[in-house]
Design a protein around this ligand. Structure first.
Ligand SMILES: Cc1cc2nc3c(=O)[nH]c(=O)nc-3n(C[C@H](O)[C@H](O)[C@H](O)COP(=O)(O)OP(=O)(O)OC[C@H]3O[C@@H](n4cnc5c(N)ncnc54)[C@H](O)[C@@H]3O)c2cc1C
Length: 401
């Protein structure tokens, strides 16, 4: 069997791997993308019915990549965010108007994003899709890398980008270690309908049983992420729709009126994983393969897309050898701090708001009230959640590669 040679081999065609292939569309790199699931079927696990909150920064990245016009018809703007703590007074409100942006973010179904990204990859002239295929072997050399696929095909390249998710096969093939933290929590997701219009408001409500996030979607629907202690998910999953909505109503209250309908429920056990080595010889981990986060702040994909934008920019400066160690160090220097900061902030939120201690409850309520009164602090939080707090890659500043 002949060996196919490329510049860049992307392993994993989920949201992050596909976004990288598309971010590099205007470069000269010859790219192979290996994906385990057939793009033409509905089987790809990353593209399910969960709502993904895209930050304002992510929207700008997709806009510069020329993809926002295709994503926009499937998106719902977040104009306000309301953060509250059940059983305590005190709430914080963020608004697009205060931040002087058209929207704080956008919500899009993962399935719709998959559809747009997969369509866009079809017209990428120097991208070969190897799909459905899995990587079975990997060898790193001084001046190239080679992989073998499950049909025995061999592929070589200058750089491997592992975007193969939290259980990265590439990481396992290399026997690399990860830092792992089990939260003993499970997220239940579903799309729910309310009898009051959401008016483009997103809600984060902390309850003694775990945080509830509701993100605005079309037609008075909201995308629910309900985090509960692991082990209790069966109770909620086995309830009738009527009883499930009654429980949700009890926990969330009536800010959106009555919950009237619920779609298919799904559940995800939550843990943090972070690779101990973001870069290796001619190899880099991005997206969930590098960092898998708790969804409490809706930052996982947004961070993954910043990995994409930063890596694409570094790659656009080094056309001679795109797997060179200096390039990978430049990338690490750029993205490591962003990843560490987002992981630390997410962990603090999980700890602070999953703790039923009544003293902590009062402190949280006081904190939310103070925050609501303090515009500069609110601005800092809004900038962070919009993905604008750090040095912005070109793609996020509207500059094409
Ligand atoms: C409940 C929930 C809600 C969330 N909400 C938000 C949100 O609001 N905002 C946000 O920013 N993020 C959110 N996230 C996080 C977001 O879903 C992830 O960050 C994102 O899906 C990661 O994408 P990825 O491409 O890195 O990984 P994945 O989606 O896991 O994709 C990896 C891909 O690699 C492929 N693959 C795996 N192994 C191989 C192999 N050996 N060979 C070839 N291909 C392979 C897989 O088939 C898959 O397509 C949420 C997550 C959860 C669980």
């Amino acid at each position: 069997m002949t060996t196919q040679d490329y510049d860049i081999i992307i392993v994993g065609g989920g949201m992050v791997g596909a976004s990288l292939a598309l971010a590099l569309k205007n470069t000269q790199y010859r790219i192979a993308l290996i994906e385990a699931f057939d793009f033409k079927t509905d089987q790809q696990p990353s593209y399910d019915d969960r709502g993904i909150a895209l930050s304002y920064g992510s929207q700008r990245i997709f806009d510069t990549m020329g993809l926002w016009s295709q994503l926009a018809p499937y998106s719902t703007a977040i104009e306000h965010i309301h953060i509250s703590d059940r059983g305590h007074f005190g709430a914080t409100r963020l608004s697009a108007q205060q931040e002087k942006v058209p929207a704080l973010g956008q919500v899009i179904l993962a399935r719709a994003m998959g559809h747009v990204l997969n369509q866009a990859m079809q017209s990428h002239s120097h991208l070969d899709l190897h799909c459905p295929r899995k990587v079975t072997q990997l060898h790193q050399y001084d001046d190239n890398v080679s992989i073998q696929l499950d049909n025995n095909a061999a592929i070589t390249g200058k750089l491997i980008v592992a975007a193969d998710g939290a259980n990265s096969t590439i990481r396992q093939l290399l026997g690399l270690s990860i830092t792992e933290q089990h939260y003993q929590q499970t997220a239940i997701t579903a799309n729910v309908t309310t009898d009051k219009a959401h008016q483009h408001r997103a809600f984060e409500r902390f309850t003694e049983h775990g945080p509830i996030a509701l993100l605005p979607m079309p037609d008075n629907r909201s995308s629910l992420v309900w985090t509960i202690k692991s082990g209790q998910e069966k109770n909620l999953l086995n309830l009738t729709d009527h009883d499930f909505l009654a429980r949700l109503q009890e926990e969330f209250g009536y800010r959106l009126g009555r919950f009237t309908q619920v779609g298919k429920r799904a559940h995800y056990p939550l843990k943090l994983t972070q690779t101990d080595q973001m870069i290796q010889q001619r190899l880099v981990f991005i997206g969930n393969a590098a960092h898998n986060l708790h969804p409490i702040a809706g930052q996982g994909f947004n961070l993954g897309l910043r990995d994409v934008a930063s890596l694409a920019e570094v790659l656009s400066h080094h056309p001679q050898d795109c797997g060179h160690a200096s390039l990978l160090h430049d990338y690490q220097q750029w993205q490591q701090q962003d990843q560490d900061d987002v992981i630390a902030a997410t962990n603090t939120l999980v700890r602070l708001f999953s703790n039923a201690n009544p003293l902590l409850g009062h402190a949280r309520a006081a904190g939310l009230t103070l925050l609501d009164l303090c515009s500069p602090a609110k601005h800092v939080i809004a900038q962070r959640s919009m993905g604008l707090a750090r040095k912005q890659p070109k793609l996020a500043r509207g500059i094409a590669l």
